[in-house]
Ligand binder design. Structure first.
Ligand code: SF4
Length: 388
């Protein structure tokens, strides 16, 4: 069975229809119906292959494949070992501002949320945070900010990157989408990775969840990873916020997006993240909850079909799940994270976090637990001289 044409990574930049999977020309309903019809035999055949197609990816995320998780784990583990050895790279996020002019209904930083518990760090405070993170042994940093362009401008971000590059070998960004010139400025300042989640690939739902602010522009966000790759960013992180929409539909869209990016920007490496919504207060009800088993099936399918790509697992997930998933899928994980600006160097009590954490272990405890399962924690796999 072929779910979509082998030419599927076909961009449709001005796609106006709702419920059509971006980057492929097929209606979501058709795709989901076909996934439901995939028989066990197709899953077995896909698992026996060395080179998997987009149709095999569909088999592995199908309802039938949920009965094949042990076989999928075995195949994914072998591929993870082949491409990354028995290692996982550790990084930490540094939140520099919890102000945001957007109003994403699922996020603790949304503009409608309380203002009195927000914080924006100055350059000296960012340096202090960086030094506190460095003391934990972390050498790879992800700088995170809400959309706060008056204060967290491109020129300020460039200063931040230059300052943090004095402390860290690798600096990446998770910020609002920029024009090509903005990405070039930050790449030239020393940032080498960019993460930008589409949140949901479903255009109609996206409009509902982002009722105000610049983030309302679906296409501008969808095309941001391509603009960053064009500016030279080596690592491009993409993903959907799981729990907003049917996870199988999001998986198909994410795979199509990644395939298109890989084909067009082969010098950049794709990094997948699979963040599940965690409660932050404010009464947002998760519309399409994703179970741990479904999350694992999705991650295994990505590891098997995109074996050389990075897969990240954050502290949103429990330590039990993280310890399991680094053996089969994830080669990147955050540790000792604070999701509050100033959370590493000062007390963050009462301050607003972007999401809740399930794994609150220290970096040392994470390293210790990884060693117990035969995995080496890698703190440095990038040098400042690279890409200088
Ligand atoms: S998800 Fe990002 S853009 Fe949306 S409110 Fe939160 S910080 Fe702002």
């Amino acid at each position: 069975m072929r779910v979509y044409n082998e030419q599927f990574p076909k961009v449709i930049p001005s796609l106006q229809e709702t419920r059509v999977i971006p980057y492929i020309k097929i209606h979501e309903k058709t795709v989901l119906k076909r996934l439901d019809m995939i028989p066990d035999e197709d899953v077995r055949l896909s698992l026996a292959k060395d080179r998997l197609s987009s149709a095999d990816f569909a088999s592995l995320i199908s309802p039938s494949a949920s009965a094949f998780l042990p076989q999928m784990r075995n195949k994914a583990s072998a591929l993870k070992r082949m491409h990354f050895g028995k290692t996982v790279r550790i990084y930490a996020p540094l939140y520099i501002s919890s102000y945001c002019i957007n109003n994403c209904l699922y996020c603790g930083f949304r503009t409608a949320n309380r203002k009195d518990v927000r914080k924006r760090l100055s350059l000296p405070e960012i340096r202090a945070e960086g030094m506190a993170i460095r003391k934990l042994g972390i050498d790879s940093l992800l700088v995170v900010s809400g959309e706060d362009p008056r204060h967290i401008s491109i020129s300020f971000l460039a200063e931040v990157v230059k300052e943090l590059k004095k402390l860290f070998s690798y600096v990446s960004l998770e910020i609002y989408p920029l024009d090509p010139g903005g990405y070039e400025t930050l790449f030239n300042a020393g940032a080498h990775g960019l993460t930008i989640y589409q949140e949901t690939y479903d255009r109609k739902l996206y409009g509902h969840l982002h009722p105000s602010g610049p983030k309302m522009d679906y296409d501008y966000r969808l095309e941001a990873p391509a603009r960053a790759a064009k500016a030279g960013f080596y690592n491009i992180g993409i993903g959907a916020l799981l729990g907003l929409h049917d996870w199988r539909s999001e998986a198909i869209s994410l795979a199509a997006h990644a395939s298109w990016l890989r084909k067009k920007f082969w010098k950049s490496k794709i990094q997948f993240s699979f963040p599940r919504i965690t409660p932050v207060g404010g009464g947002f009800e998760v519309p399409a909850p994703v179970s741990e088993k479904e999350l694992e099936q999705m991650m295994l399918a990505f590891r098997i079909c995109f074996p050389e790509c990075d897969i990240t697992i954050s502290t949103r997930e429990s330590c039990r799940f993280r310890n399991r998933i680094v053996q089969s899928c994830a080669n990147l994980m955050s540790a000792g994270s604070s999701v509050v600006p100033g959370g590493y160097s000062s007390s963050s009590r009462g301050k607003l976090g972007q999401f809740g954490k399930r794994d609150v272990r220290t970096v040392k405890a994470v390293e210790h637990d990884l060693r117990k399962i035969g995995i080496e924690a890698v703190f440095k796999d990038w040098d400042k001289c690279l890409g200088a």
